[in-house]
Design a protein around this ligand. Sequence first.
Ligand SMILES: Nc1ncnc2c1ncn2[C@@H]1O[C@H](COP(=O)(O)OP(=O)(O)O)[C@@H](O)[C@H]1O
Ligand SMILES: [Mg+2]
Length: 247
Amino acid sequence: MIEFIDIHKSFGPKHVLRGVSLTVEQGQVLYLVGSSGAGKSVLVKHLVGLLRPDSGRIVLDGRDITWLSEAEFYPVRKKCAMVFQNSTLFDSMTVLDNVALPYRKHHRLDRAEASRRALEKLALVDMEHAARRFPGDLGDGLRKRVAIARALTLDPEFVIFDEPTTGLDPVAAANVDQLIRSLRNDTGVTAIVVSHDLRSIFTVADRIAMIYEGHIRLDGTPEDFRRSADPVVSQFIHGRPDGPMKI
Ligand SMILES: Nc1ncnc2c1ncn2[C@@H]1O[C@H](COP(=O)(O)OP(=O)(O)O)[C@@H](O)[C@H]1O
Ligand SMILES: [Mg+2]
């Protein structure tokens, strides 16, 4: 379970998070939505220690991780993987070697065993066929799948996807959605997905939380969002350019 408790975070005079409280239950896929610059990436970066709050607490699996030292964060990052929008794969290494790297580095496995496990993760994202290819030869959607496979190498209990479908064509985006859904079903992973892809949100999310002006504006099921009479929420859901929300 992931808990953010009354998180405040400012950058200079900009008060980005103004008391964000949010809980993600075990095994749930929560979509975090909101306009560009709302603070979605800022919020999730607190989970892996990339940012520290000005006040408030972050609790992961019952453990307060807010003020862990860099060394103490190391095991937390194995448990909680993050797939960034521009996931960087090494272009000089094959897909297989890219995914095998965490096994060699963190688990100190030999090449054969690391490769065997990497192939298992590639199978999970349906990419074994590309094992011997180089990332630069693959399209964006396939590269994203490889990045996801690599994030899964250390068998994380929690995975944070920051805009996994942004920049993908609709078919590649639908494949990534399908992948997130099957991960949840097959591995029981708990996930936060930052997205403004409405199609993804409504096909994959168990819950949706919308961040607006530093607060959680609505936290509920996709149905709650569809039915909401809140003009900010409905503007987002219906993608209207007019309304109270500054886009
Ligand atoms: N390291 C930083 N230093 C200063 N300002 C930042 C930093 N990270 C994010 N911000 C600001 O915080 C706001 C929220 O950013 P972000 O969380 O990236 O938005 P988004 O919801 O689009 O992911 C933005 O105005 C951004 O400029
Ligand atoms: Mg962002």
